[in-house]
Ligand binder design. Structure first.
Ligand SMILES: *[C@@H]1O[C@H](CO)[C@@H](O)[C@H](O)[C@H]1NC(C)=O
Ligand SMILES: *[C@@H]1O[C@H](CO)[C@@H](O)[C@H](O)[C@H]1NC(C)=O
Length: 425
């Protein structure tokens, strides 16, 4: 999901430190100190807004509480524009594909009809409810501020700026976020699809993350970037652990005031009662061992204009209403697929946070992480092989990407790497 500016990361770290300091000092100074109380009140108010009264609660083995909330009580309906919104229970169009998702037999799609999120072992949500990962007090307290919880860091660019070869190299390194991606641009896109290998990359520092996702982009990389993002991530700051989790993100102003992860603000309307955004995906792939992958499809319903998301081979999760966006209210102008990590340069060296499996593309199947059957949705609502696929990485000695194509996997790529190593000091 998203990238950030190195200087912003430092700033954020600094502000976090200041916040903690203020908190501790106020705690120490006297019992009547206003600061912690006000903060506590703010946090509790925010939690009350986020956590809707559930019909039922399921405790997940990973410590998550999954609240089954009535579909009409979900966070989206706090949005003033959605007060009288009539929920669409199914899309008008579903793009037709090139590949039968069941043709390539991997362990994960053989059992995809019963694909599990970890919390499923302890129950399911009833019809007319949606599962929501409950936000805990400590989740909010890990954020730099209550307002920033669930959002990308201010001024960060979750999507890599693709630089022309002639670009100033200093600019390429401007951001502390590093990517290894494949992309297409120069057309009007109505969606994208991919089958993504799922791993659990190691994160060196809690303020860093590692993710693998699809970006659906519109506008320029300035202040008005529209982005819809979906994939898996490991983010200790956001979730408090190192689990691999399904996530989404959206913004209509380059990660500034609008948008958030998952259902952490009003926007996405969920209709599915099986899959919880932000919940752990299990199992994950192991080196030279079983490989698991997930399908993600995001597409535009050309009748209503909403952007829909499907997970697995048939879980239509819900949609982002068209009015949330400016450019994407029409169509996307760029699609990206791949990995991203935050390099906070701990100890002044490159982070050892892994991308993908933590192995370079050269190692291939069972070792390096992949995206396969990458496709775009064209203007006629058909899934098509992408044309003129480009690749981008800031430092190929740290994280790299290699594309290929064959009849089973269509267009695919391997991506990722270990971060810090003798060639990436
Ligand atoms: C980015 O910075 C690293 C080291 O700081 C350097 O090795 C690399 O060449 C730079 N990348 C580009 C594209 O200039
Ligand atoms: C996450 O992993 C890091 C090392 O990669 C470890 O230091 C940390 O304790 C782990 N955090 C949790 C909550 O398990």
């Amino acid at each position: 999901m998203a990238p950030a500016h190195f200087s912003t990361t430092q700033l954020r770290l600094a502000s976090k430190g200041v916040f903690l300091l203020v908190f501790v000092i106020s705690l120490l100074s006297c019992a009547a100190a206003r600061q912690p109380q006000t903060q506590k009140l703010k946090v509790h108010k925010h939690l009350k807004r986020l956590n809707k009264t559930p019909v039922k609660t399921i405790q997940s083995p990973d410590g998550d509480m999954i609240d089954c909330v009535h579909i009409s009580k979900q966070p989206a309906f706090d949005h003033p524009f959605l007060k009288d919104h009539k929920i669409q229970m199914r899309p008008n169009y579903h793009p037709e594909g090139l590949y039968d998702d069941n043709k390539v037999k991997t362990e994960s799609n053989e059992r995809d009809s019963t694909l599990k999120q970890l919390w499923h072992v302890n129950g399911m949500c009833p019809e007319d409810t949606i599962p929501i990962r409950r936000t805990k007090e400590e989740d909010v307290l890990r954020a730099s501020s209550v307002k920033r919880y669930g959002k990308k860091k201010y001024k960060s660019t979750a999507a890599p700026r693709i630089m022309p070869k002639s670009a100033d190299p200093d600019l390429v390194n401007e951001s502390g976020h590093q990517h290894a991606i494949a992309y297409v641009e120069g057309d009007k896109y109505n969606g994208a699809k991919a089958t993504m290998n799922v791993w659990e990359p190691k994160i060196q520092q809690p303020n860093e993350f590692s993710l693998s996702q699809i970006w659906i982009l519109g506008g320029s990389f300035g202040e008005d970037l529209n982005s819809i993002e979906a994939g898996w991530q490991v983010s200790p700051d956001l979730y408090g652990d190192n689990n691999t989790r399904l996530f989404t993100y959206w913004t209509s102003d380059a990660y500034q005031a609008t948008g958030c992860y998952n259902l952490l603000c009003s926007g996405f309307i969920q209709i599915n009662n099986n899959i919880a955004m932000g919940a752990s995906i299990s199992p994950v792939s192991a080196y030279r061992n079983s490989q698991y992958d997930i399908n993600i499809l995001v597409w535009k319903d050309q009748k209503e204009g909403n952007w829909w998301m499907q997970f697995g081979n048939g879980y239509v999760l819900g949609y982002w209403p068209s009015f949330l966006f400016s450019y994407l209210a029409d169509s996307a102008s760029m699609i990206e697929w791949g990995g991203e990590v935050v390099n906070s340069e701990p100890d002044g060296q490159h982070t050892s946070t892994q991308m993908g499996s933590g192995r370079f593309p050269e190692e291939g199947f069972g070792k390096s992480s992949y995206f396969r059957n990458i496709q775009v949705v064209d203007r006629e609502n058909n899934l098509k092989s992408p044309k003129d696929i480009g690749t981008f990485t800031e430092q190929s000695n740290c994280y790299d990407v290699q594309t290929g194509s064959n009849s089973d996997w269509g267009h695919y790529f391997y991506y990722g790497g270990p971060g810090r190593n003798p060639n990436c000091p």
